[in-house]
Design a protein around this ligand. Structure first.
Ligand code: PEP
Length: 238
């Protein structure tokens, strides 16, 4: 099925690739065949400036992995939207499940971060998704409803559906399971929805072929230009 808009493939590098590795990766990425999709990379803060510089004059965007709601202040360890923009960063991920699981991110703080980033003019990928226990207890829709309740539709906002049980585990949601969740999300908020959770070259095409899957947020497989490029081309052909 051909979609009426380009898919977006975002590579979440998590806490991998300092500036020198980032520069080498971006130099390789510039030369890669990425097909006809929008592509962004999300390096750790320390490598954002390098990535922006290395990818200047390409169509590949650079996103951060988080962003605080205040412009400045006594918030040790945090970074604000104006600071990211000064570096040339185009957008940010917010509410990744690793932030929720390990760093106390809540629906409320996700809502504040998203609103501030959008108000400052950044594009945002807001992540939602249920844990394995929540899915098994039949709570998936309730969890998604609660996580989405803090968000409002915006032209610069995308949702990433990332079932927590599929992130970094090698367990991917079946295309049907992902499609069902994406359709549910769109029934609540009419926005593009990326799928995330062990997307790899082998499963990217069948996921991208689902009518309500508008791209992918890729973790592990985005750290290698060859596998990331293969995922981009697979989505491009779907
Ligand atoms: C992610 O980091 O958003 C992610 C989906 O990771 P992985 O692709 O490694 O499961």
């Amino acid at each position: 099925m051909t979609k009426d808009h380009r898919s977006l493939i975002a590579g979440n590098w998590k806490m991998y690739k300092g500036p020198s590795e980032a520069a080498a990766f971006c130099a390789e990425l510039r030369e890669a065949d990425l097909g006809d999709v929008d592509v962004v990379v999300c390096p750790p803060y320390a490598s954002l400036e390098t990535a922006v510089r290395s990818l200047a004059d390409t169509e590949i965007g650079v996103f951060a992995q988080n962003c605080h709601w205040e412009r400045e202040g006594a918030y040790t360890g945090e970074v604000s939207a104006p600071m990211l923009q000064e570096l040339g960063v185009y957008g940010t991920i917010i509410g990744h499940s690793e932030r929720r699981q390990y760093f106390g991110e809540t629906d409320e703080s996700v809502g504040r971060r998203v609103a501030a980033a959008l108000a400052a003019g950044l594009h945002v990928i807001a992540c939602v998704g249920e844990t394995e226990a929540q899915r098994e207890a039949g709570e998936t829709e309730d969890v998604l409803r609660r996580q989405l309740a803090v968000l409002e539709a915006d032209d610069n906002l995308l949702i990433a559906y990332e079932p927590v049980w599929a992130i970094g585990t090698g367990k991917t949601a079946t295309p049907e399971t992902a499609q069902e969740a994406h359709a549910f999300i769109k029934s609540l908020l009419d926005l593009p929805v990326l799928y995330g959770g062990s997307v790899k070259p082998e499963n990217a095409a069948e996921l991208a072929a689902q009518p309500d899957i508008d791209g992918a947020l890729v973790g592990g497989a985005s750290l290698d230009v060859e596998s990331f490029g293969t995922i981009c081309r697979a989505a491009s052909d779907s």
